[in-house]
Write a protein that binds this ligand. Sequence first.
Ligand SMILES: Nc1nc2c(c(=O)[nH]1)N[C@H]1C(S)=C(S)[C@@H](COP(=O)(O)OP(=O)(O)OC[C@H]3O[C@@H](n4cnc5c(=O)[nH]c(N)nc54)[C@H](O)[C@@H]3O)O[C@H]1N2
Ligand SMILES: Nc1nc2c(c(=O)[nH]1)N[C@H]1C(S)=C(S)[C@@H](COP(=O)(O)OP(=O)(O)OC[C@H]3O[C@@H](n4cnc5c(=O)[nH]c(N)nc54)[C@H](O)[C@@H]3O)O[C@H]1N2
Ligand code: SF4
Ligand SMILES: [Mo]
Length: 796
Amino acid sequence: MKKIEKSEKNKGMMSLSRRHFVQTSAALVTVPFFARNAHANTDKSLPMAKIDTTPATVVATCSTFDCGGKCDIRAHIKEGIVTRITTRPDNELDETMPIMRACVRGRGYRKFSYHADRLKYPMKRVGKRGEGKFERISWDEATTLIAENVTRLTVKHGAASRFLTVSTAVTGGIFSGDTMMKKLFNLTGGYLPYYHSVSLGNTLKVTPYTYGIAKTGSSLDTLEDTPLVILWGHNPNETIFGHTNHYFQKMKNNGTKFIVVDPRYSDTAQSLADQWIPLLPTTDNALMDAMMYVIVTENLHDKPFIDKYVIGFDEEHMPEGVPANESLVAYLTGMKDGVLKTPEWAENITRVPANTIRQLAREYAMTKPAALIQGWGPQRHICGERSARGSSLLAAITGNVGKKGAWAAGYGGIGNRQSIHGPNIGENPVKAKISIMNWMQAVEDASSVRAEDGLLDADKLDTNIKMIFSLAGNYLVNQNPDVNAAAKLLADESKVEFIVVSDLYLSPSAKYADLVLPETSFLERWNIGNTWGTGNYFLLSEKVIEPAFERRSDYEWITEVAEKMGVKEAFTEGRSEKEWISHLVDTNKTRFEDRPDFPNFEELQKTRHYLFKDAPFVAFEKNINDFENNPFPTPSGKIEIFSKRLYDMNNPDIPALSHYVPAIEGPEDKLAEKYPLQMLTWKGKNRANSTQYANPWLKEAQRQEAWINPIDAENRGIKDGDMVRIYNDRGITEIPALVTQRIIPGVVGLQAGAWWAPDENGVDHGGCPNVLTSTRMTPLSHGNSHLTVLVEVTKA
Ligand SMILES: Nc1nc2c(c(=O)[nH]1)N[C@H]1C(S)=C(S)[C@@H](COP(=O)(O)OP(=O)(O)OC[C@H]3O[C@@H](n4cnc5c(=O)[nH]c(N)nc54)[C@H](O)[C@@H]3O)O[C@H]1N2
Ligand SMILES: Nc1nc2c(c(=O)[nH]1)N[C@H]1C(S)=C(S)[C@@H](COP(=O)(O)OP(=O)(O)OC[C@H]3O[C@@H](n4cnc5c(=O)[nH]c(N)nc54)[C@H](O)[C@@H]3O)O[C@H]1N2
Ligand code: SF4
Ligand SMILES: [Mo]
C-alpha cells in the first residue's frame, strides 16, 4: 500500500488533519470533517452551529468527460453522499505521475451531480417534438418502447436506418452506453456508422499527406530544453490536452520563450506567452507563407535537411510528372501568379504587421531547435486542412523534424502513447459509412448521399435514418453546426421516427427526444478514465455513491432492452458493470505483457492509476537518424511538402503545396460586405463543450458573452454589457457584449457549448454559436468547419 507523503512544510488545516488521522491508502484517506470549517464562526455572542466531526472517506477517482484532461480528483464521502470534491494535493509527491490538478470544472462536479435540475425519471414525450413536454414513465415501459420501436423500424427499414450520433461526454471512459448500444445493434443486424472526428478529423486526415502518418507528436519531456515554442491556435491552459500544462509551466520557469498565435488573447496567452500575435481567423496560411518567404529569401532554411529529406522545396526537388513552377520556392517568388508572398502581402490579409512577421520568421528559423505546436482550433475551419499542412511545411524547411526539442507540427498525436481498450462489440454487418457531416442528408434523403458527399464503402444508401440514439451527447441539436436546420428536420416526426436521448439534464437536444433517460453520473458508476492528448495513463473511475431517484446507467437499461430483444446473454456475457471493468482491466493486462507492473483490477483498486512509463519519444527520430533504412511512409519516402497524391486530385481547395487560399466565409469572401465580422468559437474553462452548462458555479466562473474589440464596438455604438444581436442568414443570437482588446478587430467571439434558448421567433437568447455556424464540409475529409462563420453585430 502506498502512503501519501506528509510534508512538514504544510501548515494549513488540511495538512494538520492529515498528520492527525490514519491513512489507509492513496485511495482511501480519512480526513476530519472539522477541517472543512477552518473559517467557522468563533464569535461567542452568536449561536454556534453543531459541527459534524465524523470523518469523511476520501476516494481518488476521475471523471470520464471529453475535456482534454483526466485529473486525479478526490471525492469526500459521508453517509453515501459526496460532501466535497478536492484534487490530488501538490504535496502528495508521486514521482511516477506529473501534476493532474483538477480545474474549475472538476471543482464543480459535486454541483453538477447534485443539481436539482438533474433528470430523475425516464420520460416520454407528450407534446410536439422539440416542445419539451414530457411525462414520467416506468423503466419497464421505457425499455419496452425501445425494444418495440427498434424492432418495428428495423423490420420496415433495415438495420442501416439505425444511427448513433456524436456523444462525446463519456468518451473519456472506456465503457459507455454509446459503445454498448453499438454492441446491441451489432448483435441484431448493425447500424449506420459515421466517421470523422469533429474534434480533430481535418488534421488527422491531411497530416499523412506530408509525413505518411498522422502521429507527429513527441512526448513532452523531450521539450524540456527547447528555447522557443510557438503555440499556434493552441490554448492548453483551458483545453488541458493531458499533461501539457505541467510541462509548459516547467519550461516557462526554465526560460523557454512562448509565442501564441491566436485571434484571441487566450488564457494560455495570458499565462504563458512572451508575445501574442493576433491574426484574422482562416488567414494562418498567409502568415505561414510570408514566414517561409522571409526564411527562404534570407537563406535561413535548412538546406542539407531539405536536400536529404524533403520533396517539393524547389524545382530540383519535385516528384516526377509535375510541370514547372509548382514548388514552394516558385510559389513564394510568384513564378506562377506573379505575387511575391512578402510580409507586406500577408499583413494585408492577416492584419499581422509585416515587421512582426519578419521577426517571427527569423526567430523561428534561427532558434534551434524550435517547436511550432498547433491546437485543433485552426483545423476546425473550412480551410483547416490547409493550415494543418502549412504548419508542417514550416517545420520541414527549418529542419525541425525528428529532433529532440523540435516539433513536426500537423496533427500532433503522440506516437508512443498507449491507451487501454474498451469492450469487443463485434462486427457491424452494415458496411456503408457516412461522414458525420452527412447525417442530416441521410435523414432527409439517404439515396442522395454519394461518394462526393462523403459516403464510403457503398455506392448508395438504401434507407433513410429512421431512429437516432444520443447517449451522452448534445450534438443532435446544440453542438451540430446548424442548430436551426437540425431542429427543423427533427421536428418532423415522419422523418426520424424514434429518438432516444440519455443525459443528466434536459439539454436542448434532449428536448427533441421521444424518450429521455436519466443516466447516472460518473460518480455513480464504474469505469476507467482514459487520457488523450499528451497524457499517457489511465485512472480508475470508481462508483462512489448510489444513484438517487430512478437514475440508471446506460448499461443497465440497454441490458433490459437486450433481454426484451432476446439477446441478453450475448449482450452482457454474464457480466455486471463492475465485472466488465474488472474484465477489461484484466484483458488489457494481457495486451501489455511487456509491462509487468501493469495492474490487474485488484491492484488498480489500490494504485488508482497507471502511467505508461517510457523513454522520451521523439517523433520521426528513426527516419531522420537512419533514413536509408527508415524512409518516411509516403510515396516518395520523403517529407512531402508537395504531395503528388493531392496534385492528382486537382482540387484548388486542397492544393498539393499547402498555401493561402481565401476561405469561403472568410474575410475576403464577398459575403463579408453583408456580414463583415468573423465569428470565432473556442473551448472555455467553465465547461467541457456543453457539459456542465447548467452548473451555476461554472456560470459564475465565466459568463457567456460576445467578445468584441472596442473598435468594432464603437463603430456600432455598442458599450460593454449592452445586449447585442449577432446574426447571419442562418440564425440570430442575443447576448451581452464584452468589449475587450482580447480579440482582434474584425472578429466577434462566442464560447462554444452554450445552450440554445430560442424564443417564439426563433431568436436564441442563450448565446449558442451554432445558430450561426455552417454545415459546409472540408474538401478532403468531408469534415466540419464549425469555426468559419461571417456575421454582423448590432445593438439589440
Ligand atoms: N475547458 C475545455 N477544455 C476542452 C474542451 C472544452 O469544451 N472545454 N473540449 C475538449 C475537446 S472536445 C476538444 S476537441 C479540444 C479542442 O481543442 P482545440 O481545438 O485546440 O480548442 P479550441 O478552443 O477550439 O481552439 C484553440 C484555439 O484556437 C484559436 N483559433 C481559432 N481559430 C483560429 C484560427 O483561424 N487561427 C488561429 N491561429 N487560431 C485560431 C482559438 O481562439 C483557441 O484559442 O479541447 C478539449 N478541451
Ligand atoms: N461552435 C462550435 N461547435 C462545436 C465545437 C466548436 O469548437 N465550436 N466543437 C465540436 C466538438 S470538438 C465536439 S467534441 C462536440 C461536442 O459535442 P457533444 O458530443 O454533444 O458534447 P457535449 O456538448 O459535452 O454534450 C454532452 C451531453 O452529455 C451529457 N452528459 C454528461 N455526462 C454524461 C453522462 O455521464 N451520461 C450521459 N448519458 N450524459 C452525460 C451532458 O449533460 C451534455 O448534454 O461539439 C462540437 N461543436
Ligand atoms: S474537467 Fe478535465 S481538466 Fe478539469 S478536473 Fe475534470 S478531468 Fe481535469
Ligand atoms: Mo472535441
